[in-house]
Design a protein around this ligand. Structure first.
Ligand code: B12
Length: 148
């Protein structure tokens, strides 16, 4: 009888541990308000936006904590921390979001071949876009304003 109670207790603890871990992974980082799970997201990356191409040039970096989520969610978090990271994007079927502009600087590929390249530092072109790339702990991700 007593043993049954112990087993039940252990099951309840395991259930809550699993439920919390799922909730942590699925929470939206785009939420403006920090929630209680946010502090539990232990992974960290550095995110840099760089425009050496046209004036006013800039480079800003942020360290961001995150859970398992696509990079676009981390871009939303960055905007919540610092308005310089504001961006706009266009959604394409299957591919997800294409980043058109960051910090007010827009690519005009069809006019002058400028665009925002999505890189892993120092200069590796990522093979997918921001909706498909799930960053790893310790990543340094760069958006570099580029002219082809
Ligand atoms: C041309 C092209 C570009 C041009 C688009 C500019 C333009 N206005 O033409 C430029 C050089 C800017 C570009 C950039 C990128 N691209 Co690109 N691109 C292509 C390419 C060669 C042709 C697309 C096309 O013209 N299709 C024909 C038109 C009629 O259809 P469309 O739907 O209107 O095409 C549009 C979209 O494809 C969009 N687009 C282009 N690339 C990407 C990438 C993503 C993630 C999204 C959401 C949309 C998108 O721009 C096209 C023109 O408007 C394809 C490969 C292919 N053969 O499809 C790769 C391709 C779509 N690109 C790819 C990638 C990875 C990127 C980048 C993420 C690379 C990077 N690491 O920076 C960036 C996007 C970064 C960002 N700012 O979000 C991958 C996507 C893979 C995936 N499953 O996510 C592809 C499939 C190439 C590949 N096999 O690796 N790209």
């Amino acid at each position: 009888m007593e043993m049954n109670a112990v087993v039940k207790g252990v099951c309840v603890i395991i259930f809550f541990a699993v439920a919390c871990s799922i909730a942590q992974d699925e929470q939206s980082a785009g939420d403006v308000q920090m929630n209680t799970f946010d502090t539990a997201c232990k992974r960290q990356l550095n995110y840099t936006i760089r425009n050496d191409l046209q004036k006013p040039t800039f480079e800003y970096s942020l360290a961001i904590r995150f859970c398992r989520q696509p990079f676009i969610r981390i871009m939303e978090k960055a905007v919540n921390k610092n308005r310089n990271f504001m961006f706009s994007a266009t959604y394409f079927p299957k591919l997800g979001y294409f980043i058109d502009a960051i910090n007010g600087v827009r690519g005009f590929y069809n006019v002058n071949k400028t665009w925002w390249a999505f890189l892993k530092a120092p200069d590796t072109m990522l093979p997918v876009g921001v909706s498909s790339y799930y960053p790893a702990d310790g990543d340094h991700i760069i958006f570099n304003f580029t002219q082809s």
